[in-house]
Design a protein around this ligand. Sequence first.
Ligand code: THU
Length: 132
Amino acid sequence: MDLLFAAARKAADASYSPYSHFRVGAALLCEDGTVFTGTNVENRSFGLTVCAERSAISAAVSAGKRRFVALAVSTPDSGTPVGPCGACRQVISEFMDAEAPVRFAGSLPQMVDTRVGELIPFDSLHDLADRA
Ligand code: THU
């Protein structure tokens, strides 16, 4: 998770965030060991902003990856850790198991280590898979 978080932190440097000035980087570990990163891409029509997590997932899926086993998110412009937004949690759950580890942290050493199932509990996709 340390290496994955370092990749997320680096990805935040590419952030296009002239409106919020809030950089976010995300790094996804794929089942095959490859890592894909993403950053937030804002727009003057604010609602069109794409979060770092969804950028990373789009990059990975576009490269043919479908299963991700860990996720790290870096928000270097905040002291405290900032977790993925609700929309991203839904998209993350599409491609990751409930048990998959997630780390997020800001600029301070404080970090949150959690799992997809904690970010999005009672998720219909995971619940259906459990019953299959
Ligand atoms: N943002 C992300 O990229 N991921 C998150 O998990 C939280 C929010 C972005 C969206 C926007 O560009 C900026 O952070 C401020 O909300």
